[in-house]
Design a protein around this ligand. Structure first.
Ligand SMILES: *Cc1c(COP(=O)(O)O)cnc(C)c1O
Length: 819
């Protein structure tokens, strides 16, 4: 932001807010909408925006983190915190947008706006790579492209910036106008317009028209005619237009694309002559994104020769942070592609999500291209590291080393990546989470490799963003105030333990539930502080449960009595949960058990019933709706009977995943989400609205040509009558790939093609029939993903997705990522 508008008083004026300013001299450096990502509390202004949750709910958290400046819409808070600055407005989101718009107005710079259905973030990042040598660029961090992300990005424009690159994404009609005012692009770049995300719009034309509102005042518009074919030429924005196309005449008419050795060589006609470029990627989407960047460079006046030189050097944009098991019981977060302050803050937040190890270490390279002087920069980073409770810094590079004195935490410095690697054997790492974050030229990938354990080539990739999105999907169906218990039993349905629980804790679910005490103890040891219910509490684990505050599910009187016998006299109100059996006939109290139960509960002060629940047997199945209704009614009756005697009203809950989808009237006080978090819900049509969380991958270890009549595998079960080719892959029944998948029942994806198994599945391996395909040793093989789903696998061997997921054995490495 410009200095002109960074005082709290000036901001109050711009927002026309009703201001209460006990700290009138405050200077604001950062805007926040998330109380969990505080970097600089004194200089932060918290906007209580209504998003997934109402931001006002988090004011107390923000206050506890040291924040003293708030923009709010509910006046009551002003009284509550007398020593904090409050700006009272009608609509907090609009206030945030107004402030960003103002900052954009007073900074006169070139701004590239990017929108489209696909490729926005890649195109934005590539334009940044291509233009960074000529401009001091400010760009959206990661994919900050929403109604909240865009203003937060635009607020960061400072007078020394000479180019802004911002992306805008919308999900429904009417959203683009605000973003267009905030970004006010001078150059518009339209990326791929796919069929995706048509929900929220009447049709494709409406979606396109809405997107193009971003460009209403641009001087230059870069686009492909194919993507705007539904519109009249006269309706296209831009004083100047620059078109590119692979199929029709255009300013840049691509005539020839040839893949060579992992790259693509491209020829085109431009200004009546033939020009060329090399895009250093092989996949189709990258080629298109590369052409869009090529067109943008030419449209901005770069010569074809210069454009070609720059495009050749494009590098992969890492969109995700990976969490991998490392040496000496460490966890490694690999972010070795970029280093700038905003992405550092994001990576540190991810690091802070990890509570599994007592210590947090950052390996950081020099940071470039911030437009700040180094002293200011490293002072800010030092404050950031203290704020984020980092324990240790390893700085690599001559710049950061020169400012070693600024860092107050344990630190050591090395001149270069090589110097660090040479010393590595003598550096002590144990039981810590290590974030590896470096500018591209430092090649920190080498460091990550040395710190991570060799990965067994079969991995289960878990997309934490997708999991958070699925949680949000169900939350959006809940009535206000309904709590969420997340079921993380059986290693979170096979997806991991503390990694998932950490995310759920961060996303502020209310409760976790595990099957056995061991699982709960492991979560406590990994720093999970949420309340945890244990569904099968064994008497042998009572002591550990009480010590770790794990709350037992009590399902009959005898387990209740033995728990009470065990419970030390001084424990008061120890939380327990009562399970009622309304039809499952597995565990739980039935109607006839209540008198005896109540006898024990009555007047007992050592325990407190915090919740009462039952489980539906067929919440997903319309055929049994009558029975479900009966279960719900029976539950209500038993609950009434219990509470009449105990005299208070514990949390009541009944719905599992499919129940949330099909029985909105039975949400009661809380719901228990299980498989839905992982992307499956048999009550939804093809899991519509849910994202794929888990991808199981393996690799080809050998390829063999077989003659007619030869057989494959044990007992000669696999036969290729006319010969062919097979691939051996590194997954077997010991990894959880069931033997029933053998002999062609199961299929896997290699290079996008579905191929069947051949022969029996072995313990550690199996064979695929790849006759007619070009497959090499080392090729990636997908067992399941969003194309061949776990549901497909379940159907192949006649089971349910729950079993496919939970069968994946612990020796299959889990890799978590976060985009
Ligand atoms: C596993 C479980 C759930 C979650 O069921 P999903 O169908 O996976 O959502 C809910 N309640 C109880 C008691 C469970 O054991």
């Amino acid at each position: 932001m410009s200095q002109e508008i960074n005082s709290i008083q000036r901001i109050a004026q711009i927002l026309k807010a009703n201001a209460t300013l006990p700290r009138p001299e405050t200077v604001i450096r950062k805007l926040l909408t998330d109380s969990r990502t505080v970097i600089d509390p004194e200089g932060s202004l918290f906007f209580a925006v209504k998003a997934q949750r109402d931001g006002h709910e988090f004011i107390s958290n923000a206050y506890e983190s040291g924040i003293r400046n708030f923009v709010i819409a509910e006046p009551a808070y002003v009284q509550k915190y007398a020593n904090a600055n409050f700006l009272l407005v009608n609509d907090v989101l609009i206030a945030l947008q107004t402030l960003a718009t103002y900052n954009r107005k007073i900074n006169d710079l070139k701004v590239i706006g990017v929108t489209g259905s696909n490729g926005k973030t890649i195109v934005k990042e590539w334009l940044y790579q291509l233009l960074a040598s000529d401009f001091n660029i400010i760009r959206s961090p990661k994919s900050f492209n929403s109604q909240i992300g865009v203003p937060l990005s635009v607020w960061q424009i400072e007078p020394e910036h000479t180019l802004g690159i911002f992306e805008a994404g919308i999900s429904k009609k009417g959203e683009m106008e605000a973003l267009a005012n905030i970004i006010a692009p001078t150059i518009g770049v339209l990326t791929n317009i796919g069929e995706a995300h048509a929900e929220g719009f009447e049709n494709k034309t409406e979606k396109l028209t809405e997107k193009l509102k971003l460009f209403k005042d641009v001087e230059l518009f870069v686009y492909a005619p194919e993507y705007v074919a539904d519109l009249k030429e006269a309706d296209l924005p831009g004083k100047t237009k620059f078109s590119w196309s692979t199929s029709q005449p255009a300013d840049l008419h691509v005539s020839f694309i040839e893949p060579i050795e992992g790259k693509n060589y491209i020829r085109a006609t431009y200004q009546d002559r033939e020009i060329e470029c090399l895009i250093p990627f092989s996949d189709k989407a990258s080629v298109e994104n590369g052409i869009i960047c090529w067109a943008t460079l030419l449209a901005m006046g770069y010569t074809p020769e210069e454009a070609d030189l720059r495009l050749e050097k494009l590098t992969q944009v890492s969109m995700r942070l990976e969490l991998i098991n490392g040496i000496e019981n460490c966890s490694i977060i690999d972010d070795s592609y970029s280093a700038d302050i905003s992405s550092l803050a994001i990576a540190l937040d991810f690091l802070n999500l990890q509570n599994q190890h007592p210590k947090k270490t950052l390996i950081l390279s020099d940071i470039y291209e911030t437009g700040k002087n180094n002293e200011v920069l490293y002072t800010e980073i030092s404050a950031l590291l203290e704020q984020k409770n980092l324990n240790r810094l390893i700085g690599i590079g001559s710049n950061i080393s020169a400012f070693a004195d600024l860092f107050k935490i344990e630190s050591s410095f090395y001149e270069s990546t090589q110097a660090f690697i040479d010393e590595l054997p003598g550096i002590h790492f144990a039981n810590e989470t290590i974030l590896v974050k470096g500018a591209r030229r430092f090649e920190f990938g080498r460091i990550s490799k040395l710190l991570t354990q060799k990965i067994h080539d079969t991995v289960l990739e878990i997309n934490l963003n997708a999991l958070a999105s699925n949680l949000q999907f169900y939350r959006s169906k809940l009535k206000p105030g309904v709590k969420v218990m997340a079921m993380v039993k059986a290693f979170s349905y096979g997806s991991g333990s503390f990694e998932i629980a950490n995310l759920l804790q961060y996303q502020k679910v209310d409760y976790l539930a595990v099957a056995y005490a061991d699982e709960g103890i492991a979560l406590r040891k990994a720093g999970i502080s949420l309340p945890i219910m244990v569904m099968s509490p064994e008497p042998s684990a009572f002591e550990a449960m009480v010590k770790h505050k794990l709350e037992p599910e009590i399902y009959n009187t005898s387990i209740l009595k033995s728990f009470l016998n065990f419970l030390p006299e001084y424990e008061k109100d120890f939380p327990i949960h009562l399970k009622l059996d309304t039809g499952m006939h597995r565990l739980g109290f039935e109607k006839t058990d209540l008198p005896e139960l109540l006898e024990v509960l009555k007047n007992n002060i050592n325990i407190k019933v915090v919740s009462i629940f039952t489980h539906l047997v067929a919440s997903d199945d319309a055929q049994h709706d009558g029975f479900t209704t009966h279960q719900v009614d029976e539950f209500s009756a038993l609950y009434a009977q219990l509470t009449a005697v105990i005299g208070y009203k514990p949390i009541k809950h009944i719905l599992n995943t499919s129940g949330i989808t099909r029985w909105p009237d039975a949400q009661l006080d809380m719901v228990r989400i299980g498989i839905g978090l992982y992307g499956f819900d048999s009550a939804l049509d093809h899991n519509a609205g849910l994202q794929t969380v888990a991808i199981l991958k393996t690799t080809v270890t050998q390829v063999k040509e077989l003659a007619a009549g030869e057989t494959v595998g044990y007992s000669r079960k696999g036969i290729l009558p006319s010969g062919g080719k097979i691939a051996t892959v590194k997954i077997g029944y010991a990894d959880g790939y069931n033997r029933n998948f053998g002999n062609g029942v199961g299929k896997m994806l290699i290079n996008g093609k579905l191929v069947p198994t051949i022969g029996s599945i072995c313990m550690d391996m199996c064979m695929l029939d790849i006759t007619g395909l070009n497959v090499k040793t080392g090729d990636e093989v997908i067992v399941f993903n969003h194309e061949q789903t776990i549901v497909d696998l379940a159907n192949q061997i006649n089971t349910i997705p729950y079993e496919i997921l939970t069968n994946i054995s612990q020796r299959v490495k889990r890799v978590y990522f976060y985009e």
